[in-house]
Design a protein around this ligand. Structure first.
Ligand SMILES: [Fe+2]
Length: 285
């Protein structure tokens, strides 16, 4: 049986209920200003409902979210996002983005891991969360974290040497098992896709793992635009697909809300891309 899934990202679900001003201490001040001025108008979670509705109509049997489910890593936002995912109507896989590890406190308290544990159940090399592997028939979803608390006005990410070492071993093993390896990572792992302040700090080291072990597909978000690129693999280029925000209200070409629908099986990776036209999703290719 092929795996049919919806890839969505950067849904930035907002819930400020019960939040007091001192919760915005430090970086959250800049985040809150940004949120108040821009983000509130830029995202509409009703579009996420339309993604789910459309995905279910297409026959999706899983939802894959590549990070930035929240804005400020507030407990209320995590609770809200978790409720929305639990009611999605299909099984969910998530990895964190920079907005889900927005402050050192959120990272230290492991808010993402605690709220979304049920969506990251899978095989692991040890008791660390990432990478995790979910096997679905001939397909292995490999969830990588780039979540670090970066400085104000930065949106960088890092995989880290320990996680890269585990990823190396996992990709080798899954490749030996003949599985279709799909790596999920929030930040684009290809040089030049993100501007420096938004970059994956160790994308060179990540690229070396892919060059050595290979993968069949890499999915990311973060840039709020759809972008196709590739990384060198041991037997040829590995496709890298980035998807725009799943809740963007923008009508600017390239910035509209989007999702991708994948059908994947041994020797098959088929993608359809859908973009929001203001009232519904249109298939664009
Ligand atoms: Fe991001």
């Amino acid at each position: 049986m092929p795996l049919r899934f919806v890839h969505v990202s950067d849904i930035h679900l907002l819930d400020l209920a019960g939040v007091r001003p001192w919760h915005y201490f430090n970086k959250r001040i800049t985040g809150r200003v940004n949120l108040a001025l821009k983000r509130r108008r830029e995202h509409d979670e009703r579009i996420f409902d339309a993604v789910l509705e459309h995905g279910l109509r297409l026959g999706a049997d899983r939802l894959v979210v590549t990070g930035d489910l929240t804005n400020l890593s507030l407990p209320s936002e995590f609770a809200h996002a978790r409720a929305r995912l639990s009611a999605a109507g299909l099984p969910v896989t998530v990895i964190p983005g920079n907005h889900d590890t927005y402050t050192r406190g959120a990272v230290k308290q492991r808010l993402f891991e605690r709220h979304f544990a049920e969506f990251m159940i899978g095989e692991r090399d040890d008791d660390t969360e990432f990478p995790f592997v979910q096997r679905h028939g001939a397909v292995a979803l490999v969830g990588v974290s780039t979540g670090i608390a970066s400085l104000p006005l930065f949106a960088t990410g890092r995989v880290g040497v320990d996680q890269l070492a585990r990823l190396d071993g996992m990709l080798a093993r899954l490749g030996d098992d003949g599985l279709v390896r799909i790596v999920l990572i929030h930040h684009p792992p290809v040089a030049g896709v993100s501007k420096p302040r938004h970059d994956l700090l160790d994308l060179g080291a990540f690229g070396e793992v892919i060059a050595r072990r290979g993968a069949e597909l890499i999915l990311h978000g973060h840039e709020h635009r759809c972008v196709d690129s590739s990384l060198a693999g041991p037997t040829g280029p590995v496709p890298v697909h980035g998807v725009a925000s799943g809740t963007s209200c923008s009508s600017r070409p390239g910035r509209q809300a989007s999702f991708s629908f994948y059908e994947v099986d041994r020797d098959l990776i088929h993608r359809e891309r859908y973009t929001w036209n203001g009232t519904a999703f249109d298939r664009v290719h």
